[in-house]
Design a protein around this ligand. Structure first.
Ligand code: SAM
Length: 223
């Protein structure tokens, strides 16, 4: 049950209006067409995943700092990446880079099981608590180096990596199920990253270049 998403508060009405506007103006009007992604982002209270002093900016068309040199991605980027996973609702999904937990919250509305790995203990712990408090019981945060994937629950029907790798991390490729999709930014430097979708077919990976994006670096053994 997503118990607390609609908890009443003095600001709730204005945040709902801002969220609706974000979905219309920043997502649907900019080419996000997956109705399930749009519906999920209409429900998840982004203001609860940003630092308290930045809540007023939660629905602006930009990434925001969440501490420890990290960011919560721009709403369009979140929607674009999740749309590329082509989720129907029954999947087991791995997210690398929990950050604030916002992406995991949206994913928990799009898939059956969500595992999210974060290397910064303080961020991962706070995100797990936030997800629990908001009632997202099918999303679990694991602390560690996500470039190694999460072998314990593999294989995954979908993997999304929210930090830029220099090359495709081999453990992630190995943990993708047959027919599974992985969306990951890859590039030699932060200014040269492109987002790729890999689809596993007959044990090999088909790749598609989805265009230029900029992410914080994936730091780890296979980063
Ligand atoms: N999905 C996040 C959200 O909704 O807030 C945004 C994530 S932020 C753009 C990227 C995150 O990846 C950061 O929190 C960073 O600490 C994390 N990260 C970087 N390298 C990592 C690694 N090897 N394993 C796990 N997390 C990593």
């Amino acid at each position: 049950m997503r118990a607390d998403e609609n908890a009443p508060s003095r600001e709730a009405g204005s945040f709902v209006a801002l969220r609706r506007r974000m979905v219309q103006v920043q997502l649907a009007a900019q080419g996000i067409y997956d109705e399930r992604v749009l519906a999920a982002m209409l429900r998840v209270p982004r203001e609860r995943f940003v630092p308290a002093d930045l809540q007023a900016y939660a629905y602006q068309d930009q990434p925001l700092p969440i501490g420890y040199g990290q960011t919560i991605s721009q709403p369009y980027t979140v929607a674009f990446m999740l749309q590329q996973l082509r989720l129907g609702g029954n999947e087991r999904v791995l997210e690398i880079g929990t950050g604030s937990g916002y992406g995991a919250a949206v994913l928990s509305r799009l898939a059956a099981e969500v595992y999210s790995v974060e290397r910064i203990v303080e961020l991962g712990t706070a995100a797990q608590e936030r997800l629990y408090q908001a009632g997202y019981r099918n999303a679990r945060v694991v602390l560690g180096d996500g470039s190694l994937g999460l072998a314990e629950f593999a294989p995954y029907d979908a993997i999304v990596v929210t930090a830029g790798a220099k090359v495709l991390p081999l453990p992630l490729a190995n943990q993708l199920a047959e027919g599974g999709r992985m969306v990951i930014p890859i590039g030699p430097t932060l200014t040269e990253q492109h987002l790729f979708r890999f689809t596993k077919c007959d044990d090999s990976l088909d790749s598609e270049d989805l265009g230029a994006f900029a992410f914080v670096p994936l730091i780890g053994e296979f980063g």
